[in-house]
Write a new protein. Structure first.
Length: 314
């Protein structure tokens, strides 16, 4: 049994990680300042004596008593709408928060896995994206606050490994969806699903020809768990290579939810990446991992979750 700390533990992915590690028999401490995280995501875990929650802003200091075997650093606003609204907090948690998390890992002798992102590739000029690609990021654009914070995170993580011998791992997470995404976080999955379930127009940005590749959260968590317990040091893409256009994705959600919604086109946000698809050759080779959940199955589970949240029957 290990003692594991999850920063951003009340968030979408963080809460699923807490659940997974508790299920595997570990002790889990979730830390979250609840800026974009939600206590409801972890409410069902409080009755487990192996679970505890600390409401703390990790950009100041992370105080945890006792030993730690592993840290998963997942605290950050994670949707383009959130990091446009919270640009400084996004930069601070990716830089100062990462520094604190790495310092804690050094102090406790813990392995630390940091949540990096496909956004380090920016609007990629290489497709699909493999880990050796350095990316195409606009540092001064509106998304730069997230992209550069995560790039700094990776650099700081490697510096702690090289200079202090900290046992580090870097996951580059691609678009992930599933229950506990925030209804109003502005990302495409909650937006389209809530719009479809309310028979409101589906807001496709641009002409919908931009692509994304969507991974169900349980697949992601399996990949992250394998990465944590491996000794891999270099960044590993974790995502589902099943690529589609946003227009195709809108049509799929309309069909799966049995909605009467029509598509409505809106302006494309600045620096919105045109394409995105992970090359997961490395994850397959190093972790023996690849996604198992089909898009239809994952979307059906997520639609049920939003139905319940919205109080829609069925
Ligand atoms: N998008 C859209 N309509 C929405 C929300 C998002 O067409 O209501 C598009 C967005 O422009 C992007 C893609 O869907 O091309 C994925 O956006 P999201 O905010 O989920 O995350 P991103 O992958 O851009 O980080």
């Amino acid at each position: 049994m290990s003692r594991i700390l999850v920063t951003g533990g009340a968030g979408f992915i963080g809460s699923h990680l807490c659940e997974r590690f508790l299920g595997d028999g570990h002790e889990v401490i979730a830390v979250d300042n609840l800026l974009t995280g939600d206590r409801d995501n972890i409410a069902h875990l409080f009755e487990n004596p192996a679970f505890s929650f600390l409401q703390q802003d990790i950009t100041n200091y992370i105080y945890v008593s006792g030993p730690l075997d592993a840290i998963l650093h997942f605290a950050s606003p994670a949707s383009p709408v959130d990091y446009l609204e919270l640009p400084i907090q996004t930069l601070k948690v990716g830089s100062l928060g990462t520094h604190k998390a790495l310092g804690l890992a050094k102090e406790k002798g813990a392995r630390i896995l940091v949540a990096s992102t496909s956004e380090v590739y920016g609007d990629p000029l290489v497709h699909p994206q493999e880990e050796s690609y350095w990316g195409n990021v606009n540092p001064v654009g509106p998304r730069g606050v997230y992209d550069e914070a995560k790039r700094f995170m990776e650099a700081m993580t490697m510096a702690y490994r090289r200079s202090h011998g900290v046992n580090t791992a870097i996951a580059r997470i691609f678009n992930t969806y599933g229950p506990r995404m925030r209804m109003r976080d502005g990302r495409v999955v909650p937006n389209f699903m809530c719009q479809a379930l309310k028979d409101e127009p589906i807001t496709v940005y641009g002409d919908g020809s931009q692509t994304r590749s969507f991974c169900f959260v349980s697949d992601l968590v399996e990949g992250l768990t394998r990465l944590l317990w491996s000794d891999e040091a270099d960044p590993v893409n974790v995502g589902n290579p099943n690529e589609m256009t946003i227009l195709q994705f809108a049509e799929k959600i309309i069909a799966l939810s049995g909605s009467g919604s029509q598509i409505e086109y809106r302006p494309l946000p600045e620096d919105d990446p045109q394409v995105r698809q992970p090359d997961i050759t490395k994850a397959k080779a190093v972790l023996g991992w690849e996604p198992q959940v089909s898009l239809d199955e994952g979307l059906a589970k997520t639609i049920s979750y939003f139905k319940q949240k919205l109080g829609v029957a069925g």
